[in-house]
Write a protein of this length. Structure first.
Ligand SMILES: [Zn+2]
Length: 253
């Protein structure tokens, strides 16, 4: 995955200059950056795992990789259920250590996680959650049987997943005290910071994603969200300054 990381030292120096780089990050949510002046820092990606997977899927969809888009959206939905149960447990004053100990027994089995989600949804909202059955059927065809969907079908599947996440997340936001959403985000950042070597400067960088929690600007429909995501992706590509146009290896430090 890639994130746009501006160098804050350059931006806020006595002789300010703006430089941003598109840098890679992986599962630990940390990107390591060296600007052209030589400032080194770690960029912590402030986005939940499901957000990152949605972004990955949306990028794949825009680039025509339909199977990859559906696989990412499908994984995003599962990580969203985890986000829900984690947040709900946090709201019930369950410590992260205790939650993690419990989660170990369901980490490898998404059906157990979905079961936990269904029960907690019932407790939180006093109603039974009804999943969109089309999601499961389509996902089995694509993920388990390797069927490569056409663009329109992949887009439709991604929109079902988006709607599902959006609907549940808006209900969570309405009862945000029950879910300690800010605390969950801060804890995620702190956990990612543990992957940064001691003494290295750290910048928290938000993702301009398709479903950005940090901006509180989730679009009502998938079409709208995908269009906004595409625009921000194009803008990003235009504004990014590559300080190492000849490749990083050609730059002597
Ligand atoms: Zn710099």
């Amino acid at each position: 995955m890639k994130i746009l990381a501006p160098c804050f030292e350059c931006t806020f120096s006595s002789n300010p200059r703006f430089e941003s780089q598109l840098v890679d990050y992986f599962d630990d949510g940390v990107a390591f950056v060296t600007c052209s002046v030589g400032h080194k820092f770690a960029a912590i990606v402030q986005a939940q795992k499901f957000e990152i997977l949605l972004n990955s899927g949306a990028s794949a969809l825009l680039d025509g990789f339909t199977l990859e888009a559906c696989a990412s959206f499908s994984a995003a939905l599962e990580r969203f259920y985890e986000f829900f149960i984690r947040s709900s447990a946090k709201g019930r004053k369950i410590s992260t250590d205790l939650f993690d100990e419990m989660f170990k027994t369901m980490a490898q089995q998404s059906e157990r996680q979905f079961g936990a989600f269904l029960m907690l949804y019932l407790l939180e909202f006093k109603k039974a959650y009804k999943e969109n059955p089309k999601i499961r059927t389509f996902r089995n065809k694509v993920i388990h049987k390797g069927e490569i969907p056409k663009n329109d079908k992949a887009t439709e599947f991604c929109s079902w997943v988006y709607d599902e996440i959006n609907k549940i997340y808006q209900s969570m936001s309405d009862k945000c005290d029950n879910f300690c959403l800010q605390e969950v985000t801060m804890e995620m950042n702190a956990k990612r910071q543990k992957n940064v070597p001691n003494g290295m400067r750290v910048a928290i960088v938000g993702e301009t994603g398709i479903f950005p929690l940090c901006h509180k600007d989730q679009k009502g429909s998938f079409d709208e969200a995908l269009e906004a995501f595409q625009k921000s992706r194009e803008m990003l590509r235009r504004t990014v300054i590559d300080p190492f146009p000849m490749g990083r290896h050609c730059h002597s430090e």
